[in-house]
Design a protein around this ligand. Sequence first.
Ligand code: GSH
Length: 234
Amino acid sequence: MTDLSSFPITKKWPARHPERIQLYSLPTPNGVKISIMLEETGLPYEPHLVSFESSDQTSPEFLSLNPNNKIPAILDPDGPGGKPLPLFESGAILIYLADKSGRFMPQDLAGRYETIQWLMFQMGGIGPMFGQLGFFNKFAGKDYEDKRPRDRYVAESKRLLAVLNQRLAERSWIMGDEYTIADIATFPWVRNLLGFYEAGDLVGIADFPHVTRALAAFVARPAVAKGLTIPQRG
Ligand SMILES: N[C@@H](CCC(=O)N[C@@H](CS)C(=O)NCC(=O)O)C(=O)O
């Protein structure tokens, strides 16, 4: 019987199925990357809701797994060498789950590095820039009189969308015919930009038809539809 009791996070979020991957998350664009990946691979997992309303992410139990107080995080009872592996940062978790399942990552080394390159493009570009645009367009930053910060993130988001649009002009997915973790990382953020952040017109999304076509194919996948709802909000 797997025992995860030495991990303090399991005191706040007890593992009912300790033999399964424990997911600590919330259905945000970073969180759903991992629930979608888990749904796509079929790896058994147990989701736990980390509520921002009750500041769960800054609790000592959560910080014991991720000192950076951000979701998503996982605890795999069956990590390398059969030992439990705690992991945070969605890009690292996606690579780990791709390696564990043998899915959604090209088998050849050049293809692997190219996929990681586009994953990093999302992690270092699309995620942080779209996130700032959301802040300045919809949340607290929208009341700032000085529109220069907002305009800076609009311009940068447009530039990133143009790069992605060009990449997708002659490919179904970021890596071509093969759907990979680069897509799983990227499209939740594009969806959020157009939906929750209400920034479609602001970035001129009509100028990026290959992006919207791939986004439509992404959200039509059953595993994506399911992953977008996990963990269920209380
Ligand atoms: N680079 C991190 C970013 C994670 C992140 O920003 N998570 C947000 C939700 S999308 C969060 O947990 N925010 C809570 C907080 O900042 O207190 C990753 O990709 O895992």
